[in-house]
Design a binder for this molecule. Structure first.
Ligand SMILES: [Fe+2]
Length: 262
């Protein structure tokens, strides 16, 4: 069953006002407040009152409050998410297709998983598709049985690196819940053939909990909006795309857990 089967019943996410910002022009950028909101709640929404199709504002914010990841061997830090990808032919990654992208953490197959990511909406899906669905790790962890929590946070699972992201190794081994109770999860990379029956039961319980509509929240993003998200504190997903012009800019970063901007 798709993890998004019940997502149409998900409620809109209620975000505290200290996580939401309006930016009239570049002189209003409030780095410290974005960082505080990210550390406290794991989410920041910034609405730009102007267009910024190359996402320079997002890149400036992220590189000031954190350490930006290089996306590829060309040294790019920002990349495009749209059907067909940068060239129109990058169909391998699910994010560049029009298909639903089930709940996951970005880079769950990387030994150093990115702590945060940002996205900027150049062109939102105007036909009601491409909706962002979030599941909060804290809420799920509280609802897991003790045995399942122990297995997911202690046992190492074999995770396959998807072909399109493979560099040196084909697999990594990692727990699915880290010491800060953040998630490392993506349905299709878990090598279930190597799991014990207790591990399979724990996975089943986790996957049942994250597929329940009362654990899912929708975030509707409009043109010229930036979303910054804690990649471990939230699982995210995207419903199928209906508008072929949908276009996002993406970036990943890490951030030290201190409140002062460097
Ligand atoms: Fe993602």
């Amino acid at each position: 069953m798709s993890s998004l089967y019940f997502s149409s019943h998900a409620m809109p996410l209620r975000v505290p006002s200290y996580c939401c910002f309006e930016l009239g022009d570049c002189s209003d950028v409030d780095y410290e407040s974005y960082k505080i909101a990210l550390l406290k709640k794991g989410i920041v929404l910034i609405h730009l009152g102007f267009s910024d199709d190359s996402a320079e504002v997002m890149e400036d914010i992220v590189s000031t409050i954190g350490l930006v990841h290089e996306h590829d061997s060309l040294g790019r830090t920002i990349w495009d998410v749209r059907i067909g990808g940068e060239t129109g032919n990058e169909a391998l990654a699910i994010s560049h297709s029009d298909r639903e992208f089930f709940l996951h953490n970005d880079g769950a197959f990387e030994s150093e998983m990115p702590g945060y990511f940002g996205l900027f909406v150049v062109h939102a899906d105007m036909h009601g598709g491409g909706e962002n669905i979030l599941v909060c790790a804290d809420r799920i962890i509280e609802s897991l049985s003790d045995k399942t929590f122990q297995i997911l946070s202690t046992n190492k699972f074999k995770l396959r690196v998807p072909e399109e992201f493979r560099k040196s190794s084909d697999f990594i081994e990692a727990s699915l819940i880290d010491e800060s109770h953040g998630f490392r999860y993506r349905y299709d990379i878990i090598e279930r053939g190597y799991c014990s029956s207790d591990e399979l039961k724990a996975l089943h319980e986790l996957e049942l909990k994250i597929s329940l509509p009362h654990n899912m929240f929708k975030v509707r993003l409009n043109n010229n909006q930036i979303l910054l998200l804690d990649n471990r504190r939230y699982l995210h997903a995207r419903t199928g795309i209906k508008d072929r012009k949908r276009h996002l800019k993406r970036i990943r970063f890490n951030m030290p857990a201190t409140l002062r901007v460097a």
